[in-house]
Design a protein around this ligand. Structure first.
Ligand code: GAR
Length: 205
């Protein structure tokens, strides 16, 4: 049992390119200490669900509405995650803030990818394309991505990895988002996932 891989669940809301990077990294061996067991989307039409199915990974759609609200939603998430003995939860474009209660239940077992160099352009209201819009508005010359542990402060948990990306003349939010994904997110999310999984496996002794 001590050498068993860490069980990973990936929580998504949209296109799932970061999920795809994780699935590809598992296939190529970059992720070797963990195994992606489950993908959960809180949106029905998320293409991420199709990516999970194509890779043969169990995929669930759990919406707030189907659970009668936020409390029921998190209760169901905890049930599904605990029933499968999930060790690490990776938020990969998961566009929903989790409660303190949920975060406490999985202390230091939830990581998130954010598309900026934290502490810039993060916290409430900074998600997806909005982050890149804000970076361009400010006129920063360098941006990037951050993987961090999730705690009760939005985007406030301990930083695991960061990677810088140059902003170029004439960038639109969409162009910048794509560059940040390609040059930073799809690299540091799998690398961080492997790092934390290796630590989980080692801590079992
Ligand atoms: C990614 O850029 C991710 O960093 C960001 O949403 C996008 C999801 O894309 N996450 C946040 O803004 C979280 N605050 P994906 O579904 O293609 O991975």
């Amino acid at each position: 049992m001590s050498n068993a891989k860490a069980k990973i669940a990936v929580l998504v809301s949209g296109g799932g390119t970061n999920l795809q990077a994780l699935l590809d990294a598992q296939k190529s061996g970059i992720i070797n200490s963990g195994s992606i067991e489950l993908v959960i989307s809180n949106f029905k039409n998320a293409y991420a669900l199709t990516r999970a199915e194509n890779a043969g990974v169990e995929a669930l759609c759990i919406t707030r509405k189907s659970c009668g609200g936020a409390e029921g939603f998190e209760k169901r998430l905890i049930e599904e995650l605990d029933n499968r003995g999930i060790d690490l939860i990776v938020l990969a474009g998961f566009m929903s803030i989790l409660s303190e209660n949920f975060i406490k239940h999985f202390e230091r077992r939830i990581i998130n990818i954010h598309p900026s160099l934290i502490p810039s352009f993060c916290g409430k209201g900074f998600y997806g394309l909005h982050v890149h819009e804000a970076a361009l508005e400010k006129g920063v010359k360098v941006t990037g991505a951050t993987v961090h542990f999730v705690n009760e402060v939005p985007d406030g948990g301990e930083i695991i990895m960061q990677k810088a990306v140059e902003v170029q003349e004439g960038d639109t939010p969409e162009v910048l988002q794509k560059r940040v994904m390609e040059q930073a997110e799809w690299i540091i999310l799998p690398a961080s996932t492997e790092k934390i999984c290796a630590e989980i496996v080692a801590s079992r002794g």
